[in-house]
Ligand binder design. Sequence first.
Ligand SMILES: C[S@@+](CC[C@H](N)C(=O)[O-])C[C@H]1O[C@@H](n2cnc3c(N)ncnc32)[C@H](O)[C@@H]1O
Length: 271
Amino acid sequence: MLNGTSVKPFLKWAGGKAQLLHELAKLCPNNIRKYYEPFLGGGALFFFLGPKNYLLSDNNPELINLYKCVADHPKEIVHNLETMKNEESYFYNIRNKSFFELDKIYAAARTIYLNRTCFNGLYRVNKKGHFNVPYGKYKNPNIIQKEKILIASKLLSSHKIKLMDFREIEKIKFSKDDFIFFDPPYVPAEGYADFKRYTRKQFTYDDHLELAEIFTKLATNKLRLILTNSDTHFVRSLYKRHKIITVQSKRLINIKSDKRISRDVIIYANI
Ligand SMILES: C[S@@+](CC[C@H](N)C(=O)[O-])C[C@H]1O[C@@H](n2cnc3c(N)ncnc32)[C@H](O)[C@@H]1O
């Protein structure tokens, strides 16, 4: 059921799985009945594998609106992107509009525009839920990405994309041969005190504890699971009953944006 499309995601996403993709793909079963990704973000693994039967979810309303619109209105998004300018005053003007007051398709184009033109392609919102990453000053950001959007649109179907907290995964009736890939916001590498703010509400240690409990319950029910996180004592202790592989990755682990070599873990069950 995997198409193996290797479609490149159209969003830059903090914690994106580009470097881990090959390791993850090696582990993924090839007889997946239905693919679940409850922390979708940039969706790198989904696009890489190209499953036909899936449920994608995230609790970020802008992100979910974007994927639903890419599924249903890719050409309109491209038309909107063609009118958007890589200029500082234009950027702040468009950034200051409230997502909840915008037309859905325009809002989707804006999410791509901000992602391409803001500093480092970060997604961060303040406590009120307003996007607050500064202008990135790139000379030629590829804002439109027509081909990627049209190809992604073919893989996506809006009724398989849901705004959902990860805890709701517990309500799903899974079947044998289903597979879940969990890529939560990472636990900060040891010595770094802040989580990346993807959504209004931070992902806390308690969230990680709950996620680990859900993972263990699903593993006990024989579901096939993969989860990624940073290589920390906390993560290792949460998942000590499961299989763990360590992988080196180069990602941003510091709020000051130093690039450092860090280690990630891939945790898996029933594979
Ligand atoms: C590390 S990113 C996912 C990266 C992505 N899988 C990729 O490959 O690019 C984590 C995602 O979790 C989402 N998230 C944070 N808290 C959540 C929650 N409580 N329930 C569901 N999704 C959540 C964020 O919006 C963010 O998109």
